[in-house]
Design a binder for this molecule. Structure first.
Ligand SMILES: [Zn+2]
Length: 320
């Protein structure tokens, strides 16, 4: 039986960057939710983007290619690499594990985004993951991007200690803006955190990252999509060779370990995971505790979507 969907009346994107998740470095057995039932085979096969349709013969080929014994990493590993002499930080990773779980999540929710919007959301998931690795461990960061045309609102958030990244996109009930804007919110335990707003003059997530670095991080950076779902950003460090940074193209970045003197500084890992649960979502509805009728309108239950990842939860009046 389906229930009437309810949106969070009191939840704004800017407030949702910080569901407290345990520090996963201390809890290696932190349970997975959502995709627990997926077999390895499913994980591989389902990675095929939902827009792609295959003939049975193609499917057979794909199934053969994605053999279940080839273990699929659940996490995407992100490396921070110092480029000596150029004084720049290269952060890079291969995003198939994150994109696989992203598509499994959409499939669970029977959601399918338009292809160009889907790609932008994936780019943002990758770029925020790389950016978090360039930042201190303790930060939880949320980016909201409002685009004017097409009118769409992207939301991505994650944290290094929680080893997670999640996100969602919205095309309905969003504010009309006269410009493209990126809002960034950083939450740091026991400190004030940081908010910044950056005006964007393109529809390209890679340019958004570069604009964000110039204006908010106050140092230039370049962002690249490489082969096989690899992504990279290169951010200037003090005394950076700016001319070199400016001149880089994707091919140069692919070969950088051979052409430059580099040193791997650290590795972090991330997976597509929200951490939401009905218990974490209920406090947002607390305002209705004494006025349940305003929320339920006589219905026995409502369906509430997580504003971070769109996961759906059934809420009944007695749960408030
Ligand atoms: Zn969620």
């Amino acid at each position: 039986m389906g229930f009437r969907p309810a949106r969070f009346p009191t939840f704004s994107h800017e407030d949702v960057g910080n569901f407290s998740l345990p520090d996963r470095r201390d809890t290696p057995l932190y349970p997975r939710t959502g995709n627990t039932g997926s077999s390895l085979l499913q994980r591989k096969v389902l990675f095929i983007p939902p827009q792609t349709r295959h003939t049975p013969a193609q499917q057979a080929l794909i199934l053969d290619h994605y053999k279940p014994m080839e273990a699929v990493e659940e996490f995407t590993k992100i490396e921070s690499i110092f480029v000596r002499h150029r004084n720049a930080l290269l952060v890079r990773g291969q995003f198939t594990p994150i994109f696989t779980d992203y598509y499994l999540h959409l499939m669970d929710l029977k959601l399918r985004h338009k292809e160009d919007l889907d790609q932008k959301l994936k780019d943002l998931l990758a770029l925020l993951t790389l950016h978090m690795t360039a930042r201190p461990w303790a930060e939880t960061i949320a980016w909201t991007v409002n685009l004017r045309a097409p009118r769409v609102n992207f939301f991505v958030t994650g944290g290094s200690t929680q080893e997670n990244i999640t996100g969602n996109l919205f095309t309905e009930n969003i504010k009309e803006t006269d410009r493209n804007i990126l809002y960034s919110q950083t939450i740091v335990p026991s400190s004030e955190g940081r908010k910044s707003t950056v005006e964007l003059d393109s529809n390209d997530p890679f340019e958004w990252l570069e604009t964000y670095y110039t204006q908010s991080e106050q140092r230039p950076a370049r962002a690249f999509q490489l082969k096989d779902e690899n992504y990279a950003i290169i951010a200037a460090q003090p005394d950076c060779d700016y001319e070199w940074l400016e001149s880089l193209n994707a091919e140069d970045v692919e070969k950088i370990m051979e052409t430059e003197e580099t040193k791997v500084l650290e590795t972090r890992k991330f997976r597509f995971f929200c951490g939401c649960s009905v218990e974490k979502i209920l406090p947002a509805l607390a305002a209705y505790k004494n006025n349940k009728e305003a929320l339920f309108h006589g219905d026995p239950a409502i369906e509430v979507s997580c504003p971070r990842c769109a996961a759906k939860y059934i809420v009944t009046p007695d749960m408030l």
